[in-house]
Design a protein around this ligand. Structure first.
Ligand code: PGA
Length: 259
């Protein structure tokens, strides 16, 4: 497995000025650190262009929080892959549980979005994960397998090299979330890896699988040490730059020791 991926989705937080201040400080820090991992931020759409300008040519990857699959059309409120491509956006987060829950995003539409992102040279960061009820009924592996099989349908082994997957159990996300046990994460990541290999052969071995859901100062290194965890997708704990910086510093030391 190559470099770790460490990043944060700001969700509907940070004004343009707040975002620019955050990114400027983060860049100065990353420059001094020369980290042995990939770092990304995913701001709201309205901040993407100024932040792209501020981060061009740097080591920070920039992502969008959602995208339509069509290149253009009568889809009020949506953003197209062509628009993101024009701005030079590196990746697009697709299928976050909040989008599935509040905006009825489903795996069939996600399949169209993922294929459109790949066609436009934007890495899809696909989020999958079961709800608490699904886990209580013991169908979490089936649920995640179904999410992956539908949303990755028709993606070739060659195209699969562009994918990033994040396992984010819905019950672990956000203020009301309960941090997952390392054993639960290990089991699901191994399951996802098997599935990716069955879909894409050898290319499936190289797709980074990130973990997300209440990653915080207390658990991030424990999570990172789990086999098949190839990165962390952090929400609240990374919105405060001081907290994110501290985690990045320790992850840098960890990555150096692992090399
Ligand atoms: P959280 O968010 O770290 O605040 O739980 C994670 C996510 O929604 O990806």
């Amino acid at each position: 497995m190559g470099k770790l991926w460490i990043g944060t989705n700001w969700k509907m937080n940070k004004t343009l000025q707040e975002g620019l201040d955050y990114v400027k400080e983060l860049l100065a820090f990353l420059d001094a650190l020369q980290p042995q991992f990939h770092t990304f931020v995913i701001p709201p759409h309205t901040s993407l262009w100024p932040i792209r300008e501020a981060t061009r040519g740097t080591r920070l990857f920039l992502g969008a929080q959602n995208m339509h699959w069509a290149e253009a059309g009568a889809f009020t409120g949506e953003i197209s892959p062509t628009m993101l491509q024009e701005m030079g956006i590196d990746l697009v987060e697709l299928g976050h549980s909040e989008r599935r829950q509040y905006y009825n995003e489903n795996d069939y539409d996600l399949n169209k979005k993922i294929r459109a992102a790949i066609r436009h040279g934007i890495r899809p960061l696909l989020c999958v994960g079961e709800s608490l009820t699904e886990r209580q009924f013991g169908v979490e592996t089936e649920v995640v397998a179904s999410q992956l099989k539908i949303s990755l349908h028709g993606v070739s082994s060659h195209e699969a090299a562009q994918l990033l997957i994040a396992y984010e159990p819905v019950w672990a996300i956000g203020e009301a979330g309960k941090p997952a046990e390392p054993a639960q994460i290990a089991r699901m990541h191994a399951h996802i890896r098997d599935l990716l290999c069955s879909l894409f052969g050898d290319s499936g071995r190289r797709i980074p699988i990130l973990y997300g859901g209440s990653v915080n100062q207390e658990n991030f290194l424990t999570y990172l040490r789990i086999k098949e965890v190839n990165g962390l997708f952090i929400g609240r704990a990374a919105w405060d730059l001081a907290s994110f910086r501290q985690m990045l510093q320790e992850i840098h030391r960890y990555a150096l020791a692992e090399m």
